[in-house]
Design a protein around this ligand. Structure first.
Ligand code: GDP
Length: 448
């Protein structure tokens, strides 16, 4: 793979669409485009950051391929840092193929996965954390994950790492000066201050690591279990939250077998909603394997929504299920408030969400409650770690900083601080590790 090549790829999904975008990047991107693009207006030459309407004509046979809109970006002011052309044609795969083939014929090469972003990285337009954020922005499964991804793309996490790096460099400058010139009065190392400064950096890292669990969950989704005895309205609520009839609702108790899982976005969060109708039945109480599976399901859940039927008094089964999950993160729901209430609210139900799964009354309150319970208010900041690679790196940096505090000599302190710097470099991509970079770009699609 050479950086000297001009690369081309379709940036939009394969198939028919109103528009498809073809991208070119490299030294000859503009030259190649000019060979096949006839401008609809009379201009001396194309200007950067401007779109032009015109016609793509195959040079050899003078065959008109399509009417297109073409935008030109001149290096270094482009996504990749190279000359870039973005060409919007009609979204017919035949047109896309034709245009790409013409570019290849002229000397362009089909881009590899993520090669546009990789070039942006190699040309210093973005760092590795930002490159990963591009991928996370494209594939964010919910609005909160998108918010985190875009904040990282804007460089908020990178900036934290650069601040950390610059603080360590400042410390190293003082340490190394005092190692090199031990006699100089000017170069006085204050050990207490040094310790204090290193501890402050560790505290910054800890603050980032603190939100990691939530960041990863936001990206991967929260498991939320709907529980309750037969016929309280679990499947009705499941369908209501999904917004369509995923589960067959039946008048007879116990009509849903086992459990059903569906992903849904609720209040901006990806929720893996699990309807347990028919799973926590009395019959299963005697089946050891089924019991173990229920325990596992409860264990793995991030949140349990335990539902009661407000139109009926509470019975032993309700109490049994409550006892089963009372120590877990839980929302109590009283359903069927559209009917006459016969459930006498005892202590445990005072803090419940009262709703009607059938009519949809108070469903919005439930959605907001789910979000409030899953993400505590103090965690609602936009720098949350979402990738294991980042978490692992920060853990390592923290370990080296701790080692530096325990070091017996200044030399060792400096050694440990350098080790921490090395990891920051790997994290941001400034220290290029081919294996890390290749692994990240394997996840990309072609054209990004
Ligand atoms: P599950 O066994 O807990 O999954 O209960 P279903 O969702 O299958 O509902 C059992 C019965 O209760 C069905 O007839 C539903 O239409 C009814 N139902 C569910 N939610 C409500 C509600 O909010 N109000 C009323 N009136 N009926 C409901």
């Amino acid at each position: 793979m050479s950086l000297n090549d001009t690369i081309v790829a379709c940036a939009t999904p394969a198939g028919y669409s109103s528009i498809a975008v073809i991208r070119l990047s490299g030294k000859q991107a503009i030259e190649f485009t000019k060979k096949i693009f006839q401008l609809g207006e009379k201009v001396d030459d194309v200007q950067p950051h401007r779109s032009y309407y015109g016609t793509i004509v195959e040079p050899d046979r003078n065959k008109v391929i399509d009417k297109v809109l073409t935008a030109f970006f001149f290096a270094p002011h482009s996504y990749t840092g190279e000359d870039v052309v973005e060409l919007s044609c009609h979204g017919n795969p035949l047109i896309v193929e034709n245009i790409i083939n013409i570019f290849v014929h002229l000397g362009a090469r089909i881009a590899q996965r993520g090669e546009f972003t990789k070039r942006a990285l190699l040309n210093g337009k973005i760092d590795l954390i930002q490159a990963e954020a591009v991928l996370d922005t494209v594939y964010a499964p919910c609005d909160e994950a998108r918010t985190l991804a875009i904040a990282q793309y804007e460089g908020k996490l990178s900036q934290k790492m650069y601040d950390c790096k610059s603080k360590i460099l400042d410390l190293l400058a003082v340490i190394e000066a005092s190692l090199d010139f031990p006699e100089e009065d000017d170069v006085h190392l204050d050990n207490v201050q040094l310790r204090h400064d290193i501890e402050a950096i560790i505290a910054d890292i800890d603050a980032l690591l603190h939100g990691a669990e939530i960041g990863v969950k936001i990206k991967e989704g929260y498991k939320v279990l709907i529980m309750g005895r037969a016929n309280v309205g679990k499947s009705t609520l499941f369908n209501r939250l999904l917004g369509y009839d995923r589960v067959i609702v039946h008048e007879e108790p116990g009509t849903t077998r086992d459990y059903i899982e569906e992903g849904v976005q609720l209040s901006g969060l990806l929720i893996r909603l699990i309807d347990t109708a028919g799973f926590f039945t009395e019959a299963q109480g005697t089946d050891r394997i089924a019991q173990e599976r229920s325990e596992q399901l409860i264990e793995e859940a991030d949140l349990i929504m335990l539902m009661f039927d407000g139109s009926e008094p509470m019975n032993e089964r309700d109490v049994f299920l409550y006892d089963l999950v009372k120590d877990r993160t839980m929302i109590l729901i009283i359903n069927k408030i559209d009917l006459n209430m016969h459930l006498h609210e005892s202590e445990i139900l005072s803090d419940s969400v009262k709703l009607s799964a059938k009519t949809g009354q108070n469903i919005d309150i439930l959605k907001q409650t789910i979000k409030n319970v899953l993400i505590p208010q103090f965690e609602r900041k936009n720098i949350l770690l979402t990738r294991q690679r980042h978490i692992d790196a920060l853990e390592k940096i923290k370990k080296y900083l701790h080692n530096s505090l325990q070091a017996q000599t200044l030399d060792t302190t400096a050694y440990e601080l350098h080790a921490a710097l090395e990891i920051i470099g790997e994290l941001t991509g400034q220290v290029a590790r081919k294996d890390i970079i290749d692994k990240i770009f394997e996840e990309f699609c072609i054209g990004k």
